[in-house]
Design a protein around this ligand. Structure first.
Ligand code: ADP
Ligand code: MG
Length: 369
């Protein structure tokens, strides 16, 4: 039991039992080929744990965003083929989201999932912030547990939230600010410093009255950003220089005022150095969201410098977020951080709220104490 949530050991003897494992095999697929099987490999410890103890395992996952109906484009077939190589004899159901009952959290669909099943295991951290049928339904019906991957995520992320080694630094970036303002506020209550890059920084810079040119920003969040800066400004580090494209389409470096027609796409070298120093001096670092539009080599330097600092620091380092993890992998630094979370949205929500619908459901399972 971890924080009132049953673990695999709390399932009792699994020999001869049929176990339903909700996994997160939502992997990127191009032309029918899996381009990164990280999420499938990440579930293997749990699948092997169950198989070695004589359980028969049936897995299920969502894949992409089909609209509650079968769509060959989102068939799990490529995942099934890869899973057959990595974990023979493990069954995989068709994409859960082919049934509207999954996202609609229908009792009928949850019943159909547990039909003929003895035990339930949730190892789908990346989906546990959703109150979907396969996440919250089975724990009310069967003895349940969190898998090894989910347990690790919970341990690491709640550890950050509850008792981080200090200084604890968070670095946030990425594109959408409205998604992340809740977590900004929650993090400011626990971190010693919060560095903000990516497109996110422009709404904060606008709140400081800076000129941001044509850079991405969210006008309806300026007021909130201003309030956050008023209340917790001493902990917030914003860029001191910016790289982007000027009105003529040429790469340019500016201070914190972007001229008319210019558009910011990366933090500048001064900012990247300053953020790196903060990361190097920290004892705990959480990073979510690239510092710039790193997919374009002209705007990758800020993210690369930060990723290198994550690799070099002696701090305990945690990365959450699909694009940040992809950036780390692209720079070949993914093995140099302590924990890469398999869930972007889920890691932010767990840090913000300290709980997830999927965890709350497991705490209600008949074998939970
Ligand atoms: P994560 O998946 O790590 O949580 P997000 O999904 O929030 O990150 O954001 C990632 C995206 O943000 C990337 O595609 C990146 O190109 C984009 N981005 C970062 N900085 C900027 C910027 N200044 N302007 C436009 N897009 C940006
Ligand atoms: Mg993303």
């Amino acid at each position: 039991m971890i924080r009132g949530i049953p673990t695999l050991d709390d399932l009792g003897d699994v020999r001869g039992k049929r176990v339903f494992v909700r996994a997160d095999f939502n992997v990127p697929i191009e032309d029918g080929k899996i381009t990164d099987d990280f999420r499938i490999r990440a579930a293997l410890p749990t699948l092997n744990w169950l198989r070695e103890r004589g359980a028969s395992v049936v897995c299920a996952t969502h894949l992409g965003r089909p609209k509650g109906a079968p769509d060959p484009k989102y068939s799990v077939e490529p995942v099934r083929a890869r899973l057959a190589e990595l974990a023979p004899e493990v069954e995989l159901l068709e994409n859960l989201r082919f049934d509207p009952g999954e996202e609609g959290n229908s009792a009928e669909f949850a019943e159909s999932l547990v039909d003929g099943v003895d035990l339930y295991v949730n190892d789908a951290f990346g989906a546990s912030h959703r109150a979907h049928a396969s996440i919250v339904g089975p724990p009310h019906r069967l003895p349940s547990a969190m898998g090894l991957l989910l347990a690790k995520e919970v341990e690491v992320l709640l550890g950050l939230r509850n008792d981080p080694k200090r200084p604890f630094v968070a670095v946030l970036g990425g594109a959408k600010i409205s998604d992340k303002l809740g977590v900004v506020e929650a993090l400011l209550d626990v971190v010693d410093s919060l560095a903000i890059g990516g497109a996110m920084c422009f709404t904060f810079l606008a709140a400081q009255g800076k000129r941001i040119g044509e850079s991405l920003f969210e006008p309806d969040q300026v007021e909130t950003c201003g309030r956050i800066l008023d209340q917790q400004g001493s902990k917030v580090h914003l860029p001191e220089d910016i790289i982007g494209l000027d009105a003529g389409g040429n790469v340019a470096t500016w201070g914190t005022n972007v001229p008319d027609g210019g558009k910011g796409f990366d933090i500048g070298p001064g900012t990247a150095a300053a953020f790196s120093d903060i990361v190097i001096e920290a004892r705990t670092v959480f990073w979510n969201g690239p510092m710039g539009m790193f997919e374009d080599a002209r705007f990758a330097a800020g993210t690369r410098t930060l990723a290198q600092a994550m690799a070099d620091t002696k701090a305990f380092t945690v990365v959450g977020g699909g694009d940040s993890a992809a950036a780390l992998a692209e720079f070949g630094l993914d093995d140099d951080v302590d924990h890469v979370s398999t869930g972007g949205g889920a890691s932010l929500e767990l840090l913000e709220l300290g709980d997830l619908p999927g965890l709350a459901a497991l705490r209600e399972a008949p074998n939970a104490g």
